[in-house]
Design a protein around this ligand. Structure first.
Ligand code: NAP
Length: 266
């Protein structure tokens, strides 16, 4: 079988660095190019931290996708840039695997329409940590029996979007299982705006941002006389890479947009 040729966007980022390493270290994966904000025309091997990794650096997505023969784009940048890269990649017949978080429902619709038009796959995964996917699945199971739920997501203080894509996704998965419910007291009043967190169908999402954290989430279910807490912690960015690998291997066989790694896991 031929190697899967991959472009990594955001290679100097915390996630991007791990993704470059993953591509380098995985049999059957080949780094075709990287898409960065700087170092146009350089070779990645000349950039600090990437010695010995041979790949051309592009700063212009259109130019990169036209010049490089690639099967998959792994995007780990920012929401605006990630959306631009993903639409451009699909137009060039390159399948995006997007870890960048903060895509809107409209963005997903646009990408979904493009995948259908082009007949090629795209995976958007707000969380690549397999343990986090299981945390979401277990939460969805628990929501059959526990109607009251609060989600607390905790991330490092450089995260741009809140709440996290994983928290929104968890709430969406629970929404599909339980009946809508206004939680807390009917006459509840916020003395300070935001005290009760974001409201998704009556569920509350609370976002904590602190240095030292990576990516953590706990889903708390309360009922008479009992509480169930389902928690997942990512302690480093390597924790996401087994999910990236799974997504790259899956996207080359897909013809549609898949949102969420859980949809490609058994
Ligand atoms: P980060 O360290 O800030 O890295 C982002 C990288 O993107 C930076 O190197 C930045 O370059 C680069 N970039 C910005 N604009 C670009 C452009 N136009 N072209 C190419 N590269 C560009 O962030 P991170 O922690 O790696 O996270 C990246 C994304 O992944 C975020 O959206 C984050 O929420 C998400 N994330 C997802 C998962 C998951 O499991 N799905 C897990 C963790 C993080 P500069 O340094 O020059 O600005």
């Amino acid at each position: 079988m031929e190697n899967i040729k991959i472009i990594v966007a955001g290679p100097r980022g915390r996630m991007g660095k791990e993704a470059v390493k993953l591509v380098q270290d995985t049999a059957g994966f080949e780094l075709a190019a990287v898409l960065d904000r700087k170092y146009e025309g350089e070779n990645l091997s000349n950039i600090e931290g990437f010695q010995g990794i041979d790949a051309p650096v592009f700063t212009d997505a259109e130019q990169c996708f036209s010049a490089v023969e690639a099967d998959v784009l792994i995007d780990l940048t920012t929401p605006e840039v990630g959306m631009f890269h993903s639409t451009a990649a699909l137009r060039h017949g390159i399948r995006p695997v997007v870890g960048t978080t903060g895509f809107s429902p409209e963005d997903l619709e646009t990408l979904s329409a493009l995948t259908e038009e082009k007949g090629i796959g795209c995976i958007i995964a707000p969380n690549f940590a397999i343990g986090a996917i299981l945390m979401m699945k277990f939460s969805q199971m628990a929501a059959r029996y526990f109607q009251d739920v609060e989600i607390i997501e905790l991330h490092h203080d450089q995260k741009l979007d809140a709440p996290s894509g994983t928290a929104v996704k968890t709430a969406d998965m629970i929404k599909n299982i339980r009946d809508p419910k206004v939680q807390g007291h009917a006459n509840e009043k916020e003395i300070l705006a935001g005290a009760r967190g974001a409201n998704v169908d009556g569920m509350r999402i609370h976002s904590v941002r602190l240095p030292g954290l990576i990516a953590h989430q706990q889903v708390m279910f309360g009922a008479d006389g009992q509480m169930l807490t389902i928690r997942h912690d990512s302690f480093n960015r390597a924790s996401f890479m087994s999910g990236v690998k799974l997504a790259v291997e899956a996207v080359v066989k897909l013809q549609v947009l898949v949102y969420g790694l859980e949809n490609i896991m058994e």
